[in-house]
Design a protein. Structure first.
Length: 114
């Protein structure tokens, strides 16, 4: 999660811009659970701490967590997680649908021959 510099740069152009909390919150949770990359692994070892961005959420939540955890989370982790969850949910729904069909066929079969 490298939110600080991006938000600070965007605020130079769009002064009213704020971090998108629903987008950053899942990454913040991953960071706090140590599901992150080190600065070296993420190729961020040269990134400079912006100290303050002017965005309340970034300044009070994101940057302190990044400093404390010394880690980075890429947004692809969230996108992939959502897609995987939806894919898994789709499998569950499909399985339940087929079980329902099989049960209906069994009920029909048992009623036909009773």
């Amino acid at each position: 999660m490298q939110s600080g510099n991006a938000i600070k740069s965007l605020k130079d152009i769009f002064p009213d811009i704020q971090a998108y909390v629903p987008g950053y919150a899942p990454m913040l949770e991953m960071l706090k659970k140590a599901m992150s990359y080190s600065a070296e692994m993420a190729n961020k070892h040269g990134q400079i701490d912006p100290e303050m961005t002017g965005c309340a959420y970034a300044d009070t939540q994101l940057l302190p967590a990044i400093r404390e955890c010394q880690g980075f989370v890429v947004q692809d982790a969230i996108t992939t997680g959502i897609v995987y969850t939806l894919h898994s949910l789709n499998k569950i729904i499909t399985t339940l649908f087929f079980i329902s069909l099989i049960n209906k066929q069994l009920l029909y079969f048992s009623k036909s021959y009773v």
